[in-house]
Write a protein that binds this ligand. Structure first.
Ligand SMILES: NC(=O)c1ccc[n+]([C@@H]2O[C@H](COP(=O)([O-])OP(=O)(O)OC[C@H]3O[C@@H](n4cnc5c(N)ncnc54)[C@H](OP(=O)(O)O)[C@@H]3O)[C@@H](O)[C@H]2O)c1
Length: 235
């Protein structure tokens, strides 16, 4: 049975991915800081906080007791009740930038660090890190959203750099950053009214698109920032 690992499993897109792969008959290993939000045959839910290195390594050891085919890292933060994305540099504050870096960069970095020994020795493993097109420096024509853009641009560099290290040890692996497209989740909730209806995807639609990208992923694409349609975006 094919197996997918989904990190940050309580999130909107992660939940869509979980439902998609379970419906397709895959084994799903869901990793989250939250207790299980669903129980279903084929689903193993692991509650952990990645800052605990021992628990993280033990959990990965359990997940890799069978072959893992695909991994999605779905962590992300844009706003909360107290903080909205900055429109001007005058609004940029260390605490907000630190929060964005902690969740958008350090959390996936911590997972990639712990996963790397497994990625070195798993043939054809595909890792998709959810990033955002607004993290593309070349594509940035609107400005704003300082902390989120900065942290996603840094995440894209993390993925590129780790992909080079991975390629040296496992030529069949692929590690990419992916822009999932604007999706109706808690993360995008305050901004959905401004998005044309046909551009706002439901989590199930986004999950289907991301699963298609994962299925078609080649090791030649490793290190790329991909659009949800599978095309490469500029860094
Ligand atoms: N929704 C969109 O329109 C959109 C557009 C472009 C890019 N993205 C990206 O897609 C990814 C998923 O977004 P989403 O819309 O599904 O967001 P979401 O529903 O808000 O989910 C947020 C995710 O972040 C994790 N998280 C929250 N706080 C954390 C913390 N302190 N430490 C570690 N992890 C934390 C949660 O994992 P736990 O299960 O561990 O709590 C959860 O998986 C993100 O990387 C986001 O930037 C989304």
């Amino acid at each position: 049975m094919a197996k997918v690992m989904i990190v940050g499993a309580s999130g909107g897109i992660a939940n869509g991915l979980m439902q998609h792969y379970l419906a397709a008959g895959w084994q799903v290993d869901a990793l989250s800081r939250q207790p299980a939000i669903i129980e279903q045959e084929g689903l193993n839910w692991y509650q952990l906080d990645e800052s605990n290195e021992v628990v993280l390594n033990d959990t990965l050891e359990q997940c890799f007791s069978d072959t893992v085919d695909v991994i999605f890292l779905c962590q992300g933060w844009l706003h909360d009740e107290a903080r909205q994305p900055e429109k001007a540099i005058a609004q940029l504050k260390p605490a907000q930038l630190e929060q964005a870096l902690t969740i958008n960069l350090f959390s996936p970095a911590r997972y990639l660090q712990a996963l790397m020994p497994w990625l070195f020795r798993t043939p054809n493993i595909r890792v998709l890190v959810l990033s955002a097109k607004v993290g593309s420096i070349t594509d940035n024509s609107l400005g704003g959203w300082y902390s989120y853009r900065i942290s996603k641009a840094a995440l894209n560099m993390l993925v590129k750099t780790a992909s080079i290290e991975l390629r040296r040890r496992n030529k069949t692996a692929s590690l990419v950053a992916v822009h999932p497209g604007t999706t109706a989740t808690a993360l995008s909730a305050p901004f959905q009214a401004r998005v044309p209806e046909q551009q706002l995807q439901q989590p199930a639609e986004t999950a289907a698109r991301l699963a298609k990208v994962a299925a078609a992923l080649t090791c030649e694409q490793s290190g790329h920032l991909l659009h949800w349609d599978g095309s490469s975006l500029p860094y």
